[in-house]
Write a protein that binds this ligand. Structure first.
Ligand code: SAM
Length: 308
């Protein structure tokens, strides 16, 4: 990379600046129909705003967001002075009728989240459902999402993928969820908090098998980093020092010859009718040649489901 663009490159850059200015002006001048606009915003890099997203946030009558202080910084970066109002998991129930009334009054209402695409592990699902049911236009203004950004850099199959969001924090609910996910023939994408990452990687290795995986950290930011390794190796790498910043875990699909949790569960079910959890787990572990601890976890999950 050179520091100084050549004269020809500089000409090209100023032509690009002109085109971008032309396009944003055009977007700002287009008629904007009333309705609910779901606007994706950056997951780190402030320049990851589409021209259409900037224009809609600048021209909406109101922007609903999770954290008004945080979103004010984003809007200020693009000199948008649109009023901001909070819409988050703690006030969504009370705010929804108000938003629906604004839509009924013919307003242009935008919904954004703290980062990335609204509704993706973020508030908005019920609002979209109710706005659509009431006959209001609902429009996606697509852009960044940590899930897709991580999937694309992971180096794992992308032909079929399953967004699993955040796993249940712990215990039986987590084990049952992992048992369900283990059977899915697709790459899996998880969100996780950095402090929980090492435990989650270890649970994923136990619940899904030691599959190929990637840990994508601080995407689009200064310290962006992607580690590609098997789950158990990633778990070990982060056991002592949790990753800093935000992370997405991407796990490859089941591999040939790998025993799935669904298969373990199918063998366990009859064994558990006559044997204790411990004995049934030992028997199935020996038969399928998988670690006893993993079979025991699946058995606990089965028992838990039986009780609930
Ligand atoms: N709706 C957002 C989206 O579309 O990206 C995701 C919101 S969810 C509450 C937040 C999670 O997204 C974080 O815990 C982390 O797993 C992931 N995340 C957000 N920004 C990220 C980034 N820059 N790099 C890696 N992961 C990120």
């Amino acid at each position: 990379m050179t520091d100084e663009p050549s004269e020809k490159a500089a000409d090209g850059i100023s032509a690009t600046v002109g085109r971008v200015a032309f396009e944003i002006e055009r977007q700002l001048g287009l008629p904007l129909a009333p309705g609910l606009y779901l606007v994706a915003t950056p997951i780190g890099h402030l320049a990851d705003m589409t021209l259409r997203a900037i224009a809609i946030l600048a021209r909406a009558d109101i922007v609903y967001c999770e954290d008004t202080r945080r979103s004010r910084t984003l809007l200020a970066h693009y000199a948008a002075r649109t009023p901001l109002r909070p819409y988050h998991e703690h006030n969504a129930e009370e705010q929804r009728p108000r938003v629906l009334k604004e839509l009924a009054d013919g307003r242009v209402v935008a919904l954004i989240s703290d980062a990335g695409t609204p509704l993706i592990s973020d508030p908005g699902f019920k609002l979209v459902r109710e706005a659509a049911a009431a006959g209001h236009a609902v429009t996606a203004v697509p852009g960044p999402s940590a899930a897709l950004a991580a999937l694309t850099v992971a180096g794992l199959p992308t032909d079929a993928f399953f967004f699993a969001g955040f796993l249940p924090a712990r215990g039986g609910a987590r084990r049952s969820r992992l048992a369900e996910l283990a059977a899915i023939p697709a790459t899996l994408v998880f969100f996780e908090a950095p402090t929980r990452t090492a435990d989650t990687l270890a649970d994923l290795a136990a619940g899904l098998g030691n599959r190929e995986a990637a840990l994508a950290r601080e995407l689009t930011k200064l310290h962006e980093d992607v580690r590609r390794a098997r789950l158990a190796d990633l778990a070990q790498a982060f056991a002592l020092a949790p990753p800093k910043g935000e992370v997405v875990i991407v796990v490859g699909p089941p591999e040939a010859g790998e025993v799935s949790d669904a298969e373990i569960a199918a063998r366990l079910a009859p064994a558990l009718e006559t044997l204790s959890i411990r004995d049934a787990s030992r028997l199935v572990a020996e038969t399928l040649k998988v670690p006893k601890g993993r079979v025991y976890d699946v058995a606990l999950g089965l028992k838990q489901r039986e009780r609930s």
